[in-house]
Ligand binder design. Structure first.
Ligand SMILES: [Zn+2]
Length: 328
């Protein structure tokens, strides 16, 4: 058991400062590389290029930005450079491909195969590598003013770091626990910059290849009590059978949750047109009114969990709060 090495890793993860999330991304990339390494072919040390780390770092930030747009640094006016670079890449991708939020893993091949995008992707990797060189690679080894020698070897300015094969294996064998610690620390750091709900969940699902969504049909019986004629929340006309959909007024990608207080009936077409756009003030007022009236239809269902949540939302102005928070 390689316990000194591992406890040094945990010390770094637990004690790193709260300025930004670079060290978390850096650590996560190294552990992921440890998981992917081919151990049949390793000598005593294993070389990890900073470009390979940069590639993974882009993936983490891409998924966090494209779904949740979380703030990753203590000064919102000067966002961390890697964030800005990843955002520019996302903008480029979205201007050429689609505005839909899509996980990095799913579109990676486009970044590789499309000539214009690939040029941009490669230059983003280069620029992020420069930031990692200048900012993260050696600082990661500083713990409370002293340098940890036994984590990996890195000479300032080099294109690669070197890690003992046995240490790499230790990272691989403990990957799940290390990922948990990283995600937990990452969430804690983000909570100091962001007021959005369920940060922990948001950080964790970045690891889930599929973001699981439960069927919304279970909410129809509640929505029907207030809106039995299926009038569209967006265009105020009746929705014919087959065109009915359930819409999240505050985008799902922001809340990452299905709650009755945020759900309305809408035409499929109306719903897809507004895709992920933050609602305007009128929609918010309308939703607040709807929730109050909806709550009144449930006077005999006070013990139902969905109704209790609705009550909580009305009492605490969730609609208003989350609407304001998702604009910041
Ligand atoms: Zn409609």
């Amino acid at each position: 058991m390689n316990s000194t090495f591992l406890s040094s890793w945990y010390d770094i993860l637990r004690n790193c400062n709260y300025d930004n999330t670079y060290k978390m991304a850096w650590a996560k990339a190294i552990v992921e590389i440890a998981l992917e390494a081919d151990y049949s072919n390793i000598c005593e040390t294993y070389e990890i290029s900073l470009e390979a780390i940069a590639h993974k770092v882009i993936k983490y930030y891409w998924n966090q930005i494209i779904f949740f747009n979380l703030i990753q640094g203590s000064n919102p006016l000067r966002p961390p450079k890697i964030l800005t670079l990843t955002k520019v890449l996302i903008d480029k991708y979205q201007s050429l491909e689609t505005k839909q939020p899509i996980r990095f893993e799913k579109i990676q091949h486009v970044l590789v195969n499309d000539i214009a995008l690939n040029k941009h992707f490669r230059s983003t990797i280069k620029k992020i590598t420069t930031v990692l060189k200048a900012d993260v690679s050696y600082r990661f080894l500083n713990l409370g003013g002293k340098k940890l020698e036994d984590i990996y070897q890195y000479e300032k300015g080099d294109a690669s770091l070197f890690i003992q094969a046995k240490d790499l294996k230790t990272l691989k064998d403990n990957a799940l626990q290390i990922f948990d610690t990283i995600n937990y620390r990452w969430s804690l750091i983000l909570e100091t910059f962001n007021s959005t709900p369920r940060i922990c969940k948001k950080v964790r699902i970045i690891d889930d290849v599929k973001i699981r969504r439960k069927p919304l049909n279970q909410y129809m019986k509640y929505l029907d009590m207030y809106n039995p004629n299926h009038i569209c929340f967006i265009c105020d006309t009746k929705i014919e059978k087959g065109l009915l959909s359930i819409d999240h007024v505050i985008p799902w990608s922001y809340l990452y949750s299905d709650d009755l207080w945020n759900l309305v009936y809408a035409h499929r077409g109306c719903n897809s047109m507004k895709n992920n756009i933050i609602p305007n003030e009128n929609s918010i007022r309308k939703l607040e009114e709807r929730n109050k009236e909806l709550l009144q239809t449930f006077t005999n269902h006070k013990r139902n969990k969905v109704v209790q949540e609705l009550q909580l939302a009305v009492d605490n102005n969730y609609v208003q709060k989350f609407w304001i928070a998702c604009q910041s």
